[in-house]
Design a protein around this ligand. Structure first.
Ligand SMILES: Cc1ncc(COP(=O)(O)O)c(C=O)c1O
Length: 397
């Protein structure tokens, strides 16, 4: 039976839903799907790094040997052998991380949402870096926080500033390694200082670390987690070291937060797919990442160098930019009068895309900034694209 002439529904969205917005990046990415556009806009890893055959072999093996388990519902906190693997790989610098602290999530983006759900009330003060990862601002915003912006410089977030802006805050969200969007890293001295400051203030510190393994020199920086496992919430992801399509990340949290997050996840999606967790465990358990990650570092390092050279050659002297030692992004600052959210339309008309910087700021945006990603563009196209962009910027001086 089909209902004739139903009353049209006037959708009444919840107040929470009214806070939801589409990410500016996703909107730009739609435009950059056109093949003639050279896109420095994406935050996507290079598909050239995806170990397709290895994944396929692991899927075959898991399905043929443990198919009935892999296709069944699983525990909310995750596939036990994978949690154990994560715990062991994080137990460095004398620290001992145990599987009970780990919650596997559907990408670390889900971890951000779950943290928002269990830690943020309407009006709660939440500290973020200036600028910060747009996806975290988006995830936390749904829960109605008041963002407090912590200043940063070339060495990352300034720990001394936390005490000034952080009184009464619920958490501090920090990106210590090759930050999205700036590519900057927090110096070792500042890591210790930041952990100490937060510990003194009783302030939970979120250490979001999807890029830490992508250091071009291969030297990992010490994790803040291991400096204070009872006060630091660590987030990891397989997106940038394996593939993002499997949607697999994890949160390492002190008790009782870990159990609260587990309850929140249960209400959200019961658990992350068993099949993909078992496949990832099959891929990583015998050390595959030790040979795979260096190939990603090499590719990204070469392309980063190509972009840095092109910037030096083609960008006007009035522009400045970061010089990342890992990760996927370069952050450019133009003279104050150039608004990059206007510049982007002209750039796209010339088939070049980047991400304007303003959306990465929780409070007062610096409109003269932009983010460039070099990982999906080959060096010759990087050179050509940066030359076009440099000319466009020079025409605004
Ligand atoms: C800083 C940061 N955190 C978290 C994420 C989310 O990653 P995923 O959900 O793919 O694990 C990203 C993705 O780009 C990111 O840059």
């Amino acid at each position: 039976m089909k209902i004739e002439n139903p009353t049209p529904i006037q959708w009444q969205f919840s107040q929470r839903a009214q806070k939801l917005q589409s990410s500016v990046i996703r909107e730009i990415l739609k435009v950059t799907m056109r093949p003639e556009v050279t896109s420095f806009a994406g935050g996507l890893p290079s598909p050239a790094t995806f170990p397709v055959e290895r994944m396929q072999a692991a899927f075959d093996k898991v399905l043929s040997t443990h198919g009935k388990v892999a296709l069944q519902y699983g525990p909310t906190d995750g596939y036990a052998p994978l949690r154990e693997w994560v715990a062991n790989s994080l137990s460095t610098d004398g620290a001992k991380i145990v599987p009970e602290q780990i919650l596997m999530t559907s990408g670390s983006q889900q971890g951000l949402d779950l943290l928002g759900k269990v830690l943020i009330d309407e009006g709660s003060k939440v500290l973020v870096e200036t600028p910060s990862y747009l996806g975290a601002l988006q995830a936390f915003s749904v829960y109605g926080p008041q963002f407090g912006s912590v200043p940063t410089d070339d060495h990352g977030v300034v720990p001394e500033a936390v005490a000034d802006v952080g009184q009464g805050a619920r958490l501090l969200y920090a990106l210590p390694n090759f930050q999205n969007p700036t590519g900057r890293s927090l110096s070792i001295e500042r890591r210790a200082k930041l952990v100490e400051t937060c510990a003194r203030m009783g302030l939970p510190l979120i250490e979001d670390d999807p890029y830490g393994a992508l250091s071009y020199s291969g030297e990992p920086m010490p994790k803040m987690l291991n400096m204070n496992p009872n006060g630091v919430i660590y987030m990891g992801s397989f997106s940038k070291i394996l593939t993002p399509g499997i949607r697999l990340g994890y949160v390492v949290a002190p008790q009782p937060l870990a159990r609260k997050l587990e309850q929140a996840k249960q209400a959200t999606d019961l658990h992350t797919a068993q099949l993909t967790q078992m496949v990832v465990h099959e891929v990583v358990k015998d050390g595959f990442l030790n040979e795979h990650i260096p190939t990603i570092r090499k590719l990204y390092s070469d392309q980063c160098q190509a972009m840095l050279h092109a910037l030096a050659e083609h960008f006007p002297k009035a522009a400045t930019w970061t010089r990342p030692e890992g990760g996927m992004f370069i952050w450019v600052t133009l003279p104050k009068h150039i608004d990059t959210s206007k510049l982007i339309d002209e750039a796209i008309a010339q088939n070049i895309a980047f991400v304007p910087g303003a959306p990465f700021y929780a409070n007062e945006p610096e409109h003269n900034t932009l983010r460039l990603s070099f990982v999906t563009v080959p060096p010759e196209k990087i050179r050509a694209g940066i030359a076009v962009l440099g000319k466009l910027i020079a025409s605004k001086l």
